[in-house]
Design a protein around this ligand. Structure first.
Ligand code: ZN
Ligand code: ZN
Length: 343
């Protein structure tokens, strides 16, 4: 929102924001009052107000059909070219893998034979999109330079491997700042990401994943992720939103109204266009509990309604969703998500 509009609103509204929302039945604009309690609440209200305007002018009566595809994180046991069949068996329309052990060690070699076999398996099962998750030990804001450097090298290597395999995205966690303060940690992450994307011609796009806000992990708030994206100034870096992490960080999506507020905050900080992928996980922990505990779709604290809000949203109809829940019932999760989309 422009500074001019802001300075006009503040004296005019005297601590009350009038939010204009569209009433679909009567086609009239309805006015809602919101009391401003503090500075954060004020900026949230401004974001919602801004989005409400956008919604009025861009709303369209046509019901959008979602083209969202669903998939799961699958194992590469036996070789990377075993993953497409495994994904197909679970009902995946897209899938995600680790291209190397998530806990450490050298990656398996990617030669022409393996790449060809992988690509032909993907074609056989009609899977056009697949993604790679970087290992868990990545820490771009470790106090130890050697760990920061090796994290940078591994992300670069994964971008290279992803490009060789034709993966659309790789997503990475940013790290945690146990020994340093957050400001310093964010600075280190920006520097690291700059080194990763500098002069590289990878076809695979790098996505940063939001965290649950557990401990001292960086990247749970939209503001923090936006600050990092702005700092790197590389238009090719996107964001992967994990729904369980989102919810545990305090962003509610369970009702239509709360979902809209969360998306408005997202659009006024990170920007909707930066969202490239979802990790679709329900949450064992409640709103804002800041713990990373995945639950099967519809069985956790988010519930079916929250997922329906995302899947039926016009903003995300071309964004795909990967399930990262315990393997034995992943097939059921994919079925549940497809049901929400196709009903
Ligand atoms: Zn992740
Ligand atoms: Zn998680």
């Amino acid at each position: 929102m422009s500074g001019l509009l802001k300075s006009f609103l503040i004296p005019l509204l005297h601590n009350t924001i009038y939010i204009i929302t569209k009433n679909n039945k009567s086609k009239n604009k309805a006015f809602k009052k919101r009391k401003i309690k503090n500075k954060k609440h004020y900026s949230n209200a401004i974001a919602v107000l801004e989005c409400s305007y956008l919604n009025i002018y861009s709303s369209n009566p046509v019901k959008y059909l979602s083209a969202m595809k669903f998939g799961a994180h699958v194992s590469i046991a036996g070789g990377i070219d075993e993953a497409p069949l495994r994904a197909h068996g679970l009902g995946c329309e897209c899938f995600q893998i680790f291209s190397r052990s998530p806990r450490g060690g050298k990656p398996a070699e990617l030669n022409d034979r393996i790449i060809e076999s992988f690509l032909s398996e993907c074609a056989k099962y009609n899977i056009a999109e697949y993604y790679i998750h970087t290992p868990y030990y990545i820490n771009l804001c470790s106090e130890k330079k050697i760990l920061r450097d090796s994290s940078i090298a591994i992300i670069k290597e994964e971008l290279e491997r992803g490009s060789a395999l034709g993966a659309k995205y790789i997503m990475t966690h940013l790290g945690s700042s146990r020994e340093t303060n957050r400001k310093q940690a964010v600075k280190m992450i920006i520097e690291g990401l700059k080194r990763i994307v500098d002069n590289t011609g990878f076809s695979t796009q790098l996505l940063l994943e939001n965290t649950a806000g557990q401990g001292t992990t960086i990247g749970n708030s939209f503001e923090e992720l936006a600050e990092i994206l702005e700092g790197v100034r590389d238009s090719n870096i996107g964001i992967c939103i994990d729904t369980a992490h989102l919810f545990a960080s305090g962003y509610d999506i369970r009702t239509k109204e709360k979902f809209k507020e969360t998306i408005c905050l997202l659009s006024s900080t990170i920007g909707i266009k930066k969202i490239k992928l979802f990790h679709g996980n329900d949450s064992k922990v409640d709103l804002g509990e800041k713990k990373d505990r995945h639950e099967h779709i519809g069985k956790g604290k988010i519930g079916t309604r929250g997922f329906k809000n995302i899947i039926k949203s016009r903003d995300f109809r071309n964004i795909n969703m990967i399930v990262e829940t315990p393997p034995e019932k992943v097939g059921d999760d994919i079925k549940a998500l497809k049901n929400l989309r196709d009903k």
